[in-house]
Design a binder for this molecule. Sequence first.
Ligand code: UDP
Length: 236
Amino acid sequence: MKYKRVLVKFSGEALSGDSGFGIDVNVLQYIANEIKTLRDNDIEVGIVIGGGNIIRGVSAAQGGIIRRTSGDYMGMLATVINAVAMQEALEHSGIDVRVQSALEIKEICESYIYRRAIRHLEKGRVVIFGAGTGNPFFTTDSAATLRAVEIGADVIIKATKVDGVYDKDPHKFADAKMLDSLSYDEALRDHIKVMDDTAIALAKDNKLPILVCNMFKKGNLVNLLKYNEGVCSIVH
Ligand code: UDP
């Protein structure tokens, strides 16, 4: 098997299903089942979930009443809500799981302690990293890359609704071509939309491959990670 330990990142919006807001429990359970297939194949899994289905700092600050910093902390709290929901769904699927938060919320979850996170992973528990990096002005893409590097993940998986990275927006251009593989420098130069530049730069500095794939094709994650089969783009 190619990958022993992975970090899966998906956006908060992925959890909201068609409504675009909140948490759709059917989608939540679908994703939990996809994660379970990884655990069933002995792949150690860390997860970072965004918070965009609830609130994003930039949007919250748009009216000029909420300051960006407060908005960002609200966004980080949103990621903890999503993490707790995913914890429930994974446990419902019979998976051992812990949530670790970058902000201390001790009644609800553990605080992020990297050595403890690694121990959980070694014991076969899924670890969901909540509250992003714990700092405003960052995104959960950057948080996911940071945690992936810290836990020594072999790859970060950016799980999306599309098959990979395209040379232009596939929703707007019929002739958009998917790229199987691209370098970090190409990803930075072209500002590919799947991950922000801070995250890509951090991955580049640490030689962490980024695998972009569609999480909504059943079995795709495990096929890619275990059998090297399926459609994805790799930034490396
Ligand atoms: N956020 C932050 N610092 C972090 C991670 C997240 O301030 O390290 C805030 C930021 O406001 C962001 C929000 O949390 O907009 C939700 O995260 P993100 O937008 O990355 O979620 P996604 O788009 O993946 O759902």
